[in-house]
Write a protein that binds this ligand. Structure first.
Ligand code: SF4
Length: 382
């Protein structure tokens, strides 16, 4: 049986606990890391399970029937997640994204959404609350998520052709149900849905134009993601990456595109709008995005922290170790102590893996990480 190598004991945990000051200054909402990047975006993985077996994320050979997922008692409870989220918001987070695994597999997720929706940022505003899903359960869940206060949705969909999609998810799941989920979400009022397509040369790059044709003018923003070397099990090779510039060339063989301004600092996608006959962006036709994490790294603006399913804080998608916040939660740390523990973790951050990727061996941990293999994406969310 294949074994996932994840350091369950973080060597830094003890130091973290010991470093908590007795009297901590209140959070200011203005934490900066070593590269001057603010903490703005918190991604919370609510489960390490998924019902798909996409090769690039949870390949069947590794995540098989013998695979040992985390026991329920290891998962952060909704109350623990909400408590930590409140402290992260006080430190400057403005956007919270729920991820997995497949987050809709976590029972009663809408109860967590409702708890998070009641929180406020350091500026006194509701957080931008969003969720990434494979949409397999979305048709059933859309209404409850909307009613609970979820603002936005991102759907992962790598192909429109049913046979290509079934082959890629490797569990024979049909594309029609995903499209039904998107339609159901639109019907209950989700109006800024994004669809993320991971493009792999030779696997689904023939789906670029069909996907663009299908979603153009529907209010859904399609985003093309360069296939990345996340985790340690997907057998990534550079020749499987189709650079965003080439994806855009293919789109421009059929559509006229114009560049759009970034929506916010730290946005991962470069945005392009479909143009009308005069070469001006036509909002009714919508837009596409390119997430070029391999060929045009965007670490310089990376403001994302990741909280794993069992409460470890990771500072980069390519990290090999995290900080054990659950240990502090469950040994009775006060809010002030937790906030005081989080602040220096961010302030010491210097991760910029994608920026440095080209100079590293294929499975090496990012600079600054203690040691070990990279954490799987299904464990800390994409
Ligand atoms: S590689 Fe790490 S630091 Fe760079 S953008 Fe990705 S998550 Fe952020």
């Amino acid at each position: 049986m294949a074994v996932r190598v994840i350091p369950l004991v973080d060597q830094r945990t003890a130091a973290l606990s010991a470093a908590v000051p007795a009297l901590a200054a209140a959070p200011t909402g203005r934490l900066l890391d070593q590269l001057g990047r603010p903490l703005r975006d918190l991604r919370i993985s609510v489960t390490d399970r998924c019902n798909f077996r996409c090769q690039y994320c949870m390949p069947k050979e590794v995540f098989d029937k013998d695979y040992k997922y985390l026991p329920h008692s290891a998962l952060l409870s909704f109350e623990e997640i909400t408590r930590l989220a409140r402290l992260f918001l006080a430190h400057g987070v403005r956007k919270i994204r729920l991820t997995g695994g497949e987050p809709l597999l976590r029972k009663n997720l809408e109860a967590l959404v409702a708890q998070l929706a009641a929180l406020r940022t350091a500026e006194g505003l509701p957080a931008d609350l969003t969720l990434t899903t494979n949409a397999s359960l979305l048709a059933r869940k859309a209404r409850a998520l909307k009613d609970a206060g979820l603002n936005r949705l991102t759907v992962s969909l790598d192909a429109l052709d049913d046979s290509v999609f079934r082959r890629m998810n490797d569990v024979d799941f049909g594309v029609a149900e995903v499209l039904d989920g998107i339609e159901a979400a639109q019907a209950v009022g989700f109006d800024r849905i994004k669809v993320n397509m991971v493009v792999q040369r030779g696997t689904n790059d023939d789906q670029i134009l069909p996907m663009a044709r299908f979603f153009r003018g529907t209010g859904v923003a399609l985003r093309f993601i360069e296939y990345m070397d996340v985790g340690a099990t997907n057998g990534w090779r550079m020749d499987q990456v189709l650079p965003s510039a080439q994806v855009r060339e293919r789109l421009e063989s059929e559509f006229s595109l114009v560049p759009l301004a970034p929506g916010s600092r730290g946005e991962t996608a470069s945005r392009w709008g479909y143009a009308d006959g005069e070469g001006t962006h036509d909002p009714a036709l919508g837009e596409v995005g390119f997430i070029s994490s391999v060929t045009e790294a965007f670490c310089g603006d990376c403001n994302r922290a990741r909280l794993s399913t069992e409460g470890k804080l990771y500072l980069c998608l390519f990290a090999s170790q995290g900080w054990d916040l659950r240990g502090l939660l469950r040994t009775g740390a006060s809010d002030a102590e937790l906030a005081a523990a989080i602040a220096p973790i961010w302030q010491q951050r210097s991760d910029q893996y994608s920026q440095l990727r080209s100079s590293l061996p294929a499975d090496m941990a990012p600079p600054g990480a203690a040691s070990g293999r990279r954490i799987e994406m299904s464990y800390i969310g994409g």
